[in-house]
Design a protein around this ligand. Structure first.
Ligand SMILES: C[S@@+](CC[C@H](N)C(=O)[O-])C[C@H]1O[C@@H](n2cnc3c(N)ncnc32)[C@H](O)[C@@H]1O
Length: 294
């Protein structure tokens, strides 16, 4: 029987927002992002988006915009967008039960589950430690990604950074957030279906990016709305990774949801010290949601 971790209790501040928490010790934290935090210096995380953040968020101007950062993790993108002049609402899972763990029969599901049970509160702490250090005014909603509360109210932009690949139902998560979005949505995902570990050096990276772009074209991966199912019972992998989505699939999803004007870009980010090729789709709202769904 799975239980809620005894260590984490949420206080709701007002409406859907969580009351800010104080986390002061790095020992209480799990950092997903590498971040330069006042008073703490550079804290290492799995993903270092510092050099490529502008590409990661699709070069969308956020000054004066209200932004929903879906799956904020340690909040690097949230604080970055706030610094760029946005009012940010950060969203993440409240409880480990809300994470979609791949139920591999061959591996110890409960062991993974318990690992996430311990990790999620530490991930929340990393956000709050940085929130405090940056004197951030961003607000946080913890909840069900498939039913993001309408009480958040309208936002101008929603950002889905490396989230859809972790969800059993990526379309429903987009649907749930995009009901609130007035202007644009940014979706960034890794190209998991290719070997994207690129050599160092700007020239090499440009060459590899070009080759990868050609390869994805000829393989039909970016030309088709493909959703590739990654878990394989013979080789259980990362227990939170379900899909490789093609950029075309993301565009199709967005088109259905009223964002028919989109552009796709590619960029390289650093994951655990390795370069990883990613894509970003920026969709602009062209049609309103049907009234019955708003
Ligand atoms: C891979 S991290 C991405 C972090 C950040 N958006 C970025 O692009 O760097 C995925 C984030 O989504 C959250 N997440 C994953 N599955 C979720 C779910 N089912 N419900 C709510 N949040 C979820 C995780 O807790 C984590 O913070």
């Amino acid at each position: 029987m799975m239980t809620t971790p005894a260590t984490e209790q949420f206080t709701v501040a007002a409406g859907p927002y969580a009351a800010p928490r104080l986390a002061t010790s790095l020992d209480e934290c799990f950092f997903y992002h590498t971040m330069d935090i006042p008073g703490h210096g550079t804290v290492a995380g799995e993903w270092d988006l510092r050099a490529g953040v502008t590409d990661y968020v699709g070069r969308v101007p956020v000054r004066g915009k209200r932004v929903l950062d879906v799956g904020t993790a340690s909040g690097f993108l949230c604080f970055q967008m706030e610094r760029a002049g946005a009012e940010v609402v950060a969203f993440d899972a409240a409880r480990p039960q809300q994470l979609n763990v791949v139920p591999y029969s061959r591996s110890d599901y409960l062991r993974y589950y318990r690992a996430f049970q311990q990790r999620l509160p530490r991930l929340h702490n990393s956000f709050w430690l940085a929130h405090h250090a940056f004197e951030s005014r961003s607000r946080v909603v913890y909840g069900d990604i498939y039913d993001i509360p309408a009480a958040i109210g309208p936002v101008d932009i929603a950002l889905f950074g490396s989230v859809l690949l972790h969800l059993r139902d990526p379309f429903q998560a987009l649907f749930s957030a995009l009901r609130l979005v007035r202007e644009s949505v940014i979706v960034t995902e890794p190209y998991y279906s290719l070997d994207h570990y690129l050599p160092r050096g700007a020239l090499w990276r440009r060459l590899w990016r070009r080759l990868a772009a050609l390869a994805t074209g000829t393989r039909g991966l970016t030309r088709k709305p493909a959703l590739v199912f990654l878990p394989d019972c013979r080789e259980p992998q990362h227990p939170l990774t379900w899909w490789s989505l093609s950029p075309e699939l993301v565009c199709r999803f967005l088109g259905i949801l009223g964002f028919e004007d989109y552009r796709v870009s590619q960029h390289v980010q650093r994951y655990n010290g390795h370069p990883l090729l990613m894509f970003t789709v920026v969709g602009r709202r062209t049609l309103r949601s049907p009234e019955c769904l708003a």
